[in-house]
Design a protein around this ligand. Structure first.
Ligand code: MG
Length: 353
């Protein structure tokens, strides 16, 4: 079987309401959806999401990248994923969203060709995956109301965005803990909003509210600062924007700069690179979370949840993007009930045009 053609379409979906993080405000998802066709009439689907505040990938660049990568892999057998991976990396530097779009579609194809759901193809450690729900930055009272609503909808873990004002950040955590009670897990994401000293100071104050972890407290490039925070706070520290790909995680491991790694397909360029990150982290004794961009749809979420379910070392999920979208671009894929993601027991990603 050979890859015969690649179609790219552009999709823009408004979010239900603007989502605020310390880096800025996100109001719409802009996605390049890809369909890879084979000479035997089987198609695979993938997506590349533009995440301006995190990766800097813009939609036009993703679409152009997919076209360039597509030309490099036409004629290849989709089963030869190692060949596809190296063809992509030798053809185009960076542009991880374009690579993720192709990588996801090729994995969808492999699932269909081998008649296996993607979570089984990738390891099959579990057949479901648990996600948190993220509360964007708002007034502390509003965030507490949203957090309580999420718990009532069945979420056992809440992720709280902070990083704008040190005083209000403490108030946010305090109010949310009061609203959700003691049994709900709370994780905190500063999206690079503090410097190392501020982070140590504020984490010392919020630790009393039983925080599961703090994500990316300091700027992405400040690995020394990240390592300093990790060594000097009692709460586990997760690296997100500091880790795009496998070589980044190697630096984190060498410096012991974080306790946990947040893997995202749109940062690393797809499932194959994500597996490498997880393997390195696992060997180093670091667990991983599978996260997403706020701009992803059910295509990226199903792919990510499939990998999260498949791997023992991926112990946490932050795959809530579809809750914030006003519509979905394609039917099928993962079905989410409360915080539980049920993966389709059909070949590939289970998406339907
Ligand atoms: Mg994050």
């Amino acid at each position: 079987m050979k890859i015969s053609s690649i179609k790219v379409s552009e999709i823009e979906i408004p979010l239900n309401k603007p989502f605020r993080i310390s880096l800025g405000i996100i109001s719409k998802a802009r996605i390049a959806m890809v369909e890879i066709q084979t000479d035997e009439g089987i198609s695979g689907f993938g997506e590349g999401a533009s995440a301006l505040l995190i990766t800097g990938d813009v939609l036009g660049g993703i679409k152009e990248g997919i076209k360039i990568l597509g030309n490099a892999i036409i004629g290849m057998d989709p089963i030869d994923i190692e060949k596809v991976y190296w063809a992509m990396n030798k053809t185009l530097m960076r542009n991880p969203a374009a690579k993720a779009a192709i990588d996801i579609a090729v994995h969808d194809l492999i699932g269909k060709i081998t008649n296996q759901p993607l979570y089984k193809l990738l390891g099959g450690y579990r057949d479901t995956f648990i996600t948190d729900l993220t509360i964007g930055i708002d007034d502390p009272e509003e965030m507490a109301i949203s957090a309580k609503k999420a718990v009532d909808q069945g979420f056992g873990t809440i992720k709280i965005k902070v990083g704008i004002s040190l005083k209000e950040d403490v108030e946010r955590i305090q109010k949310i803990r009061e609203a959700v009670g003691k049994d709900v897990r709370i994780r905190v994401d500063a999206n690079q909003g503090w410097n190392a000293k501020e982070a140590i100071n504020i984490i010392g104050k919020i630790a009393e509210y039983d925080i599961e972890l703090v994500e990316q407290p300091v700027p992405a490039c400040d690995l020394e600062g990240l390592a300093h925070v990790t060594k000097n706070t009692p709460v586990p520290i997760m690296a997100d924007e500091s880790v795009f790909n496998a070589s980044d995680v190697l630096n984190i491991i060498k410096m012991r700069a974080a306790d946990i790694i947040n893997i995202k397909l749109m940062k690393c360029g797809g499932l194959k690179e994500a597996q490498k990150i997880n393997t390195l982290a696992e060997v180093a004794g670091m667990e991983c979370m599978l996260g997403c961009m706020a701009e992803e749809s059910n295509i990226g979420i199903t792919a990510a949840a499939s990998l999260g379910a498949a791997c023992k070392n991926i112990t946490r999920g932050d795959l809530d993007a579809t809750f914030f979208l006003s519509s979905l671009p394609i039917k099928g894929g993962a079905v989410i009930e409360g915080g539980k993601i049920n993966l389709p027991n059909v070949p590939g990603l289970g998406l339907m045009i």
